[in-house]
Design a protein around this ligand. Sequence first.
Ligand SMILES: *[C@@H]1O[C@H](CO)[C@@H](O)[C@H](O)[C@H]1NC(C)=O
Ligand SMILES: *[C@@H]1O[C@H](CO)[C@@H](O)[C@H](O)[C@H]1NC(C)=O
Ligand SMILES: *[C@@H]1O[C@H](CO)[C@@H](O)[C@H](O)[C@H]1NC(C)=O
Ligand SMILES: *[C@@H]1O[C@H](CO)[C@@H](O)[C@H](O)[C@H]1NC(C)=O
Ligand SMILES: *[C@@H]1O[C@H](CO)[C@@H](O)[C@H](O)[C@H]1NC(C)=O
Ligand SMILES: *[C@@H]1O[C@H](CO)[C@@H](O)[C@H](O)[C@H]1NC(C)=O
Length: 307
Amino acid sequence: MDFLCFLFLLPLCKSIEVIVPDAPVTGTLDKDVILPCSFTPPDGFSLQDLSVFWEITKLQQVHAFTQGQEQLEKQDPQYINRTQLFYGELLKGNMSLLLRKVSLSDEGIYTCFVNVRNSSSAAVSLQVAASYTKPTLQLKSSETLKLGDQVTITCHTYRGYPQAEILWQDASGRNLTENITTSQVANEEGLFHVQSSICVTLETNDTYTCLVYNPILQELTHASLSVTGQHLSFPMVAVWVTVGLCACLLGLFIALACVCRKHLKQTCEEEQEEGVNEEQEENGELKTAMQPLKASEAEGEETSNLE
Ligand SMILES: *[C@@H]1O[C@H](CO)[C@@H](O)[C@H](O)[C@H]1NC(C)=O
Ligand SMILES: *[C@@H]1O[C@H](CO)[C@@H](O)[C@H](O)[C@H]1NC(C)=O
Ligand SMILES: *[C@@H]1O[C@H](CO)[C@@H](O)[C@H](O)[C@H]1NC(C)=O
Ligand SMILES: *[C@@H]1O[C@H](CO)[C@@H](O)[C@H](O)[C@H]1NC(C)=O
Ligand SMILES: *[C@@H]1O[C@H](CO)[C@@H](O)[C@H](O)[C@H]1NC(C)=O
Ligand SMILES: *[C@@H]1O[C@H](CO)[C@@H](O)[C@H](O)[C@H]1NC(C)=O
């Protein structure tokens, strides 16, 4: 064969150069992706001469095309109804594979084999990515919140892939990433729930921004939380001081009231005997007070009588 090639069929037997992208191909979760793969077709080549195999490992066949038609009997179940070659492109040497509705388990290195009398192959890597949700921020508030307190702000973002890069900034854009605690936990689907906490000292006015970066999609999403005076509750120390003072004052009043009552009781008992006289005197005073009235009345009567 080598000899025949060398003598008569040189154009057909040249080693085939398969071209694939160097960089990994990014597939977005649940979207379709094209895995590029091509070769320069030799002159006078027909589809009958062509065999194309896409494999993810030696055991998992993704797609196969031989002798002018698809051969999907050995296709891995994961890829059933999800793969497609571009028939119009095959004669141009384009063996790119369309993979529909990408899932995280599709991630890996795909090998594209081509055989046109001679064979060759190349590998293309598929990186799957999923966008993170816009983060939500929470201020872990406690009753004792006041200026100068250390408080924890937590940032949550969900269903992203791969792991996120988390950055924190204050209103002036200062990088606060130094003092954060971040955990990234994969759910049953393999998507990450990212939780990042920052401990800050409360000032009258500050804005904290949590930035979530997906390095594969090169997507940045962020959210901010403003901590203003309004978020600060009345300081607990002041509450206790006030309560304490009130209690002291109340105690003082009660004590005073007791003393007063005791004193009043004593004076009352002492003055009980004199009390009758006082009443009489009072009555007397009343009478005496009324007497001039009567007198005046009498005078009036008298005057009227005089008229
Ligand atoms: C196939 O290509 C290889 C180089 O990749 C070459 O060494 C070999 O001779 C070729 N085979 C045929 C049958 O032409
Ligand atoms: C693939 O598609 C065919 C026809 O649309 C359908 O009958 C079959 O159930 C599908 N198979 C899978 C595994 O989805
Ligand atoms: C191969 O075909 C696909 C689908 O039409 C296209 O996106 C891609 O650019 C083609 N590649 C080359 C090298 O022509
Ligand atoms: C990180 O925490 C240390 C100690 O609490 C503090 O001195 C430093 O300023 C903090 N860094 C930032 C960027 O806030
Ligand atoms: C912020 O600080 C962190 C940790 O100190 C560092 O890894 C990161 O590159 C910094 N980011 C920017 C934008 O300065
Ligand atoms: C806090 O911010 C608000 C609005 O951003 C501003 O009106 C107010 O003056 C600020 N207060 C202080 C103490 O900086």
